[in-house]
Design a protein around this ligand. Structure first.
Ligand code: 4NP
Length: 159
């Protein structure tokens, strides 16, 4: 079966937050048997880490929870992604505004703040953990896990 809906997670570097979201969401989708119906990818607005695996601190947190992400490699988001994907989920406000600026007007409504799908959290951004300590990566995981649940609930209702 071809995929019915496609989802792209976007952060700055595509080595911390968006690959975490990619891996967490992918596992939830697989657990519900929906992997043939939902296509998942991630990308960064910046190009510094193209081709690199996820940051070890992000993979360590995911690994602790039994979520594999060793296969993921960073890439940069482009205009074609914004044409192609049905849902584009920005981790923070900077990502959100960069994506809006890049997108054609008719595609802007596909771009969302990822944490809009976790209304139980007061935060509206998944904070950039890159220059902080390990607790930042735990917090990213918690937010991403909650928003992934919310997003999957919305998508599953539409399939
Ligand atoms: P990410 O984190 O956007 O969650 O992947 C970052 C990774 C790298 C950099 C910044 C944020 N950097 O400046 O290289």
């Amino acid at each position: 079966m071809s995929h019915q809906v496609s989802v792209l997670f976007v952060c700055l570097g595509n080595i911390c937050r968006s690959p975490t979201a990619h891996a967490v969401f992918r596992q939830k989708v697989a657990q519900r048997g929906l992997e043939d119906q939902i296509r998942i990818d991630s990308a960064g607005t910046g190009g510094w880490h193209i081709g690199k695996p996820a940051d070890q601190r992000a993979s360590a947190v995911a690994h602790e929870k039994g979520i594999p992400m060793a296969d993921l490699r960073a890439r940069q988001v482009d205009l074609g992604d914004l044409i192609e994907f049905d849902y584009v989920l920005a981790m923070d406000d900077a990502n959100y505004h960069d994506l809006l600026e890049m997108a054609l007007p008719e595609h802007r409504e596909k771009i969302h703040r990822f944490l809009d799908f976790a209304p139980e959290y007061a935060e509206t951004e998944v904070p950039d953990p890159y220059y902080g300590g390990p607790e930042g990566f735990d917090h990213v995981f918690e937010l991403v896990d909650a928003a992934s649940e919310g997003l999957l609930k919305e998508l599953a209702a539409k399939l």
